[in-house]
Design a protein. Sequence first.
Lengths: 112, 112
Amino acid sequence: GNSVTQMEGPVTLSEEAFLTINCTYTATGYPSLFWYVQYPGEGLQLLLKATKADDKGSNKGFEATYRKETTSFHLEKGSVQVSDSAVYFCALSVDSNYQLIWGAGTKLIIKP
Amino acid sequence: DGGITQSPKYLFRKEGQNVTLSCEQNLNHDAMYWYRQDPGQGLRLIYYSQIVNDFQKGDIAEGYSVSREKKESFPLTVTSAQKNPTAFYLCATKRTGLYEQFFGPGTRLTVL
């Protein structure tokens, strides 16, 4: 079946550190991949997406590359800020009529 | 102003009472979803609707009910049969032909 696995949190970093949050997936066909961010007490916001192999999604300094050979979509940012503290969710969809399959979420804590 | 509205943001009810959570959208999206999120947990799908007057159960539909009489509205009723209703409830929408979902701000339900 289809599934998404994210690295467990919390991930704690100092401001200006390099961030990687790992996401790997299992899917039939050719899924579209997403990263969402949830700030405390709020709904989820779409952060970035990639719809085919080797695509790179980017937004607000975050990047993720769709790697079909390793079935991965790792989230990276070169220099994190305190305001990046949130929970990050990786998700996939194999069909536009299909539901999103969600990872468990990774809590990110950035210390000043 | 386009978007998804969930009201109220905080809701308190006594045990044994039914309660209805509101979700309204003016994005003209066809599909709508309800998720439940427990502290430190990921998202679990309760119900979804791809078209007016039709809806399907998600992974945890027991103790919940929905209706979809209008495209703009997808209310969720938490019934007294739901054993642990205290949670954060998120509504989402999706445009036909696209893969990503868009989220409302959520309603935090506390049953006393």
